[in-house]
Design a protein around this ligand. Structure first.
Ligand code: ATP
Length: 307
């Protein structure tokens, strides 16, 4: 939902002036460093690079003036090209953190920085061009599969749309559809499986070539083989970019450069999978719990465990 692009009607191959401006802004490569410091008009374009450096500095946030703080001095960072994971119990603030990254909300104190620039000083269009979100639930429009993949990157050439679908390993599914790329999908069209919908989201993200990728892991269960395939595609997508994975299943996060364990709006632990396991703290506890749940699941549904 965070990647919503406003005027859906423009999401064809015609391109929009806004997108062109974003592309131009991103190519500017921080030509002038004398950026306007106010959050008004002449804000700084996002710098062009392989991946963006992401930093949250002592971020505090509450949902309303009267509300309690749900983020209480959060500091995390990802160097260009790094993948980081955010894990933690339900209610610890993971989704809130994502909302702050894409500016659905702004923090009350502290800063969210991309390449050292406060996100409040970036043009919205520039931020949108730099960041892609693979959301928990992919929204499909009542349109062809072609336009569903191309959504978010209007004006992209057909060859790029096809390449993105191929990179997301969606092309085999499209080849099986009754009218191929012209098949209507969504509410009144062909219903896609959970895995196929996620691959549409991954293809959209490939097409947008973001410098910062944000993945909000789906909570809905996929079968083990599908889930492994999706995880492999997400790792492909994250290669060469900065990536933030919000994970509910710990198996997803082992390969990340650093894992942040959130607890009650704060980072309680951080490190690699091996470091956190050795520390035998919250992360280790979460693994024991997940293993016990998996063992129970295998006991209750033995046939699934063989997948
Ligand atoms: P989960 O794993 O269950 O998705 P989470 O770690 O993502 O949880 P958040 O959804 O960020 O946690 O919630 C953090 C806290 O903020 C919770 O106490 C939650 O009740 C509160 N909260 C979340 N969204 C809102 C909102 N829109 N308005 C007010 N409070 C909210």
């Amino acid at each position: 939902a965070a990647a919503a692009n406003g005027g859906r009607n423009g999401a064809t191959h015609g391109g929009t002036a806004g997108e062109a401006a974003a592309a131009a802004a991103l190519d500017e490569r921080q030509r002038s460093s004398g950026a306007a410091s106010s959050s008004g008009g002449g804000a700084t374009p996002a710098a062009a690079s392989q991946g963006l450096r992401l930093e949250l500095r002592d971020v505090h946030f509450s949902y309303g003036p009267e509300g309690r703080q749900v983020v209480k001095g959060l500091s995390i960072e990802a160097a260009p090209g790094e993948s980081i994971a955010i894990v933690g119990p339900s209610g610890s603030g993971k989704s809130t953190l994502l909302r702050l990254l894409v500016r659905l909300y702004d923090c009350n104190e502290g800063q969210v920085l991309l390449n050292g620039v406060d996100v409040r000083e970036l043009r919205q269009v520039s931020l949108r061009a730099a960041v892609a979100v693979v959301p928990q639930d992919t929204v499909l429009f009542n349109d062809t599969v072609l336009h569903n993949v191309a959504y978010g990157a209007p004006g992209a050439p057909l060859s790029a749309v096809r390449a993105a679908a191929s990179a997301a390993k969606l092309d085999a599914a499209i080849a099986r559809m009754p009218a191929g790329w012209s098949t209507m999908v969504g509410e009144r069209g062909l219903k896609l499986s959970g895995g196929e919908k996620q691959r549409v989201a991954i293809a959209r993200a490939f097409l947008r070539r973001p410098r910062l990728l944000i993945c909000d892991e789906a909570t809905s269960a996929l079968d083990t083989a599908t889930e492994r395939g999706i995880q492999a595609s997400l790792r492909d997508l994250a290669t060469g970019r900065t990536a933030v994975f919000v994970a509910h299943r710990l198996s997803t996060v082992q390969a990340c450069d650093r894992i942040y364990v959130m607890s009650d709006g704060l980072v309680a632990e951080q490190g690699t999978h091996a470091e956190l396991m050795a520390a035998r703290g919250i992360y280790w506890d979460m693994w024991q719990l997940q293993r016990a749940e998996q063992a129970l699941e295998a006991h209750l549904h033995p046939s699934d465990a063989q997948l």
